[in-house]
Design a binder for this molecule. Structure first.
Ligand code: RAM
Length: 332
């Protein structure tokens, strides 16, 4: 190789090195850790995460989670993200406390940690983003059943896992307002389908068997609500048992159409993933600091203000029924 050619090759090589180094230095690796993979709700959140990454320009998203919605499996996932030296972890937790030690370890190594959707206890993250106000969701899930039970009656809850922070908080809130606001509604049982279709199906069948007078199944989980509506459909109980709760319109439209459900609710999961990435990014690049009272940007979704536990809520949920589910089912 001539001297000149050698010089050109070396120059091109160094330029590439500089670009790579800049890329590595500037790109913020944000891991979106979900309760479990294969859940359409989280896939929709990931769409929003990718949208935020594109908009921010300097973000790479690592979408990850265990196959089963357990804290133990998520601890393994987090350990591997620490080893990969990601810049930020945004987690929807399967347990508020069990993940604290591993997330503390991540923070000690300089990784920004936030929780979203399903929270981690205060000491295990910098901030938590709730989809909506917890009390409002608790009231909404009962109202969704009560609206179609003017005479009142027995209802049961089919939840996700028994340690899920978000569902437990909504159920607590629902139980609190029940006696005062919905005196004719009687909550006879709460069971757990672990955000697993097969387990949720079994639990829904069990409820119908144990409580023959059941008027509604309330499933505050997008996985459980589909399983319950399918069981009510298969057991020819449409018109007798109303299935309601939190559902992804794209997965649930057929059960509004066939009458297994009158109405369900949810916030926008795309916006939730988008907002989580915005927050994780701004903390990771030190543009913002998480502290009580701080108002932080969530891009096109707006702004949130942190409370004294460094938590905030994104937006109120929407209700879906025959009049609008078609439209929303095309979005998420
Ligand atoms: C399931 C998950 C998620 C919850 C939704 C409503 O997909 O449990 O955490 O927010 O339902």
């Amino acid at each position: 190789m001539s001297f000149l050619k050698k010089l050109m090759v070396t120059a091109a090589f160094s330029a590439a090195m500089v670009v790579n180094a800049a890329y590595a230095a500037e790109h913020v690796k944000i891991a979106l850790v979900v309760k479990s993979l294969g859940n359409g709700f989280f896939d929709a959140a990931n769409k929003g995460a990718e949208e935020a990454a594109k908009e921010l320009g300097d973000v790479d998203i690592i979408y990850t989670g265990p196959t089963k919605a357990t804290a133990e499996a998520q601890i393994e996932v987090v350990n591997s993200l620490i080893a990969q030296k990601v810049n930020a972890i945004a987690i929807s937790a399967n347990d508020a406390d069990a993940l604290v030690p591993v997330l503390k370890k991540a923070m000690k190594r300089g990784i920004t940690v936030i929780s979203w959707d399903s929270g981690v206890a205060k000491e295990g993250r910098e901030l938590h983003l709730n989809p909506s106000d917890t009390g409002l969701i608790g009231e909404t899930i009962i109202k969704l059943a009560a609206d179609y039970l003017p005479e009142g009656g027995d209802v049961a809850i089919l939840s996700a896992s028994s340690t899920a922070t978000n569902q437990n908080a909504w159920i607590d809130a629902a139980k609190k307002i029940l006696p005062e606001k919905f005196p004719k509604i009687k909550l006879v049982a709460t069971v757990y389908g672990d955000d697993d279709s097969a387990k949720s199906t079994d639990e829904a069948k069990g409820l119908l068997k144990s409580y023959p007078n059941l008027k509604a199944i309330i499933a505050p989980t997008t996985v459980g609500v589909v399983a319950a509506a399918q069981v009510v459909t298969d057991e020819k109980l449409i018109g007798k048992v109303n299935v309601t709760g939190l559902a992804l319109p794209s997965e649930f439209k057929k059960f509004i159409d066939n009458g297994a459900s009158q109405a369900v609710a949810l916030w926008n999961p795309i916006d939730l993933g988008y907002s989580a990435v915005y927050l994780a990014h701004d903390l990771a690049v030190k543009k913002e600091k998480a502290k009580p009272g701080a108002t932080l940007s969530i891009g096109r979704v707006g702004k949130v203000t942190l409370d004294d536990t460094n938590s905030a809520a994104m937006a109120p949920p929407f209700q879906f029924d025959k009049t609008n589910i078609e439209k929303f089912s095309k979005i998420y």
